[in-house]
Ligand binder design. Structure first.
Ligand code: ZN
Length: 445
């Protein structure tokens, strides 16, 4: 028996959080998209931290009802005013260009240009993030203030981009465990300079993989770093036979801001991951809410499509679309917090700890209570929380009939899983408890 969490609970999370934030800052300036050099460079930097395999799928490949698009790359883009001065400049923020804009090099009056400009009047200092992946278009995004300062006249618009046959790129990090059954961790890696929506998920997933790498694990772990939607669809279409091995999974996104946690249940609603996440959040010491499944959101939409119906939920802090900074330049490196990132990593690890250690046990002395005092089990090891420590032992002994998992016992007793697990571990060492087979766990979850 082992705990993935123990070490993180003993570590000072502040320096770890700063390291995670530095990693997000390193990725921040890269102009990512669903294909192209930006996502390749991002995967390359993730590869410097964890063993990551990158895969390339040619444009035009049919993936279920979708087609892998042409590859988009961008070198420069600007709007120059009648005097030739750059008034909107891609070099200052990659959000300024409608992501996937086709190349353009034209002069036009402001009145024509305005049809290609995107702003957020309610937040006049912020630049919106807009995309046009599946419809060929071009455009610029700028702050509303910037737009209102533009005077009438002839403007030069230049987007030096390419949209050609190429590849879709994604990354896979596989950590082999004792079982070939897998836990899937998926993050989208296609957003450009946006911190919470994208980089926080990449940072938490990368550091989670680093934390697990080299450990003796019960399950095998597959970390996916994909372009949103089309990446998950592509992966599922190329890995149909592997899907049967996925025992549980999490999509990680918007997980670095100061907000409380939100866990969106899988389509199944009562999978082991749904129960483990809800349990950990109930005890995590931060505000947390569990949300029902809906067919909108991130890549859980694909994993939970009816043909797959995988037990994959989505862990967030603030929910996408509900915070004003979402998909704007205000989702920047100040919007994500080092401690939020580190605590998100801790919560993810706690959820995996439940999955790794959730088993059925059998009470070796089920006829009446065994005499705990004689074995030193009626005393506490810690002191102040002793009542609960002893209650955990009593709950584990009572419900260990080969039918209840430790998570069942944690839920029924209201005691945190890590304490239930510690009680089971101690009772095993005292000869009062033994592990029922993992096969029996399957029948109860
Ligand atoms: Zn997004």
């Amino acid at each position: 028996m082992m705990s993935l969490l123990g070490e993180l609970n003993r570590t000072d999370l502040a320096p770890l959080g700063r390291e995670m934030h530095r990693f997000a800052a390193e990725l921040f300036p890269i102009c990512r998209s669903i294909t192209g050099k930006g996502i390749r460079e991002t995967l390359g930097r993730i590869q410097s931290k964890i063993p990551l395999q990158t895969l390339e799928v040619p444009s035009g490949t049919q993936v279920f009802d979708w087609t892998v698009p042409k590859e988009w790359n961008i070198h420069d883009a600007y709007i120059a005013d009648p005097s030739g001065k750059r008034v909107v400049d891609f070099q200052k923020s990659n959000l300024h260009v409608l992501n996937y804009s086709v190349p353009v090099n034209e002069r036009m009056p402001l009145s024509n240009l305005k049809g290609h400009l995107h702003t957020i009047p309610e937040h006049p200092d912020w630049i919106p993030y807009r995309t046009s992946y599946y419809k060929e278009d071009w455009g610029f995004c700028l702050s509303h203030h910037q737009m209102t300062r533009l005077e009438d006249g002839e403007y030069t618009v230049c987007i030096d981009s390419t949209l050609r046959e190429g590849h879709l790129t994604y990354g896979e990090c596989y950590l082999a465990g004792r079982s070939s059954e897998e836990i899937l961790i998926s993050s989208h890696a296609c957003h450009p300079s946006l911190a919470n929506d994208n980089l926080s998920g990449l940072a938490v997933a990368t550091f989670l993989a680093r934390h697990l790498a080299g450990r003796d694990l019960r399950y095998s772990y597959r970390f996916l770093f994909l372009p949103g939607t089309i990446g998950a669809i592509t992966w599922l279409s190329r890995n149909r036979e592997a899907v049967g091995r996925i025992r549980n999974g999490l999509v990680l996104t918007c997980i670095g801001d100061a907000g409380g946690f939100h866990y969106k249940k899988s389509r199944r609603g009562n999978g082991e991951i749904d129960r483990a996440a809800a349990h950990v959040l109930r005890h995590c010491g931060e505000p947390a809410e569990v949300l029902e499944f809906s067919p909108y959101g991130y890549d859980e939409r694909q994993y939970c499509s009816p043909g797959f119906n995988l037990p994959v939920g989505c862990l967030m802090r603030s929910v996408w679309g509900t915070f004003p900074e979402y998909h704007t330049s205000a989702d920047n490196l100040d919007f994500i917090r080092p401690l939020s990132l580190a605590n998100s990593l801790r919560v993810c690890t706690a959820i995996l700890d439940v999955l790794e250690n959730n088993r059925c046990y059998r009470n070796e002395r089920p006829y009446c209570e065994p005499q705990l005092g004689r074995r030193g089990l009626y005393e506490t090891t810690g002191g102040e929380v002793g009542g609960e420590e002893i209650m955990a032992r009593l709950w584990v002994l009572n419900l260990s009939d080969g039918q209840h998992t430790l998570l069942d016992i944690a839920e029924q007793s209201g005691i945190v899983f890590s304490r239930i697990w510690a009680a089971a571990d101690l009772l095993c060492r005292k000869g009062l408890l033994s592990v029922a087979s993992d096969e029996q766990v399957k029948s109860t979850v």
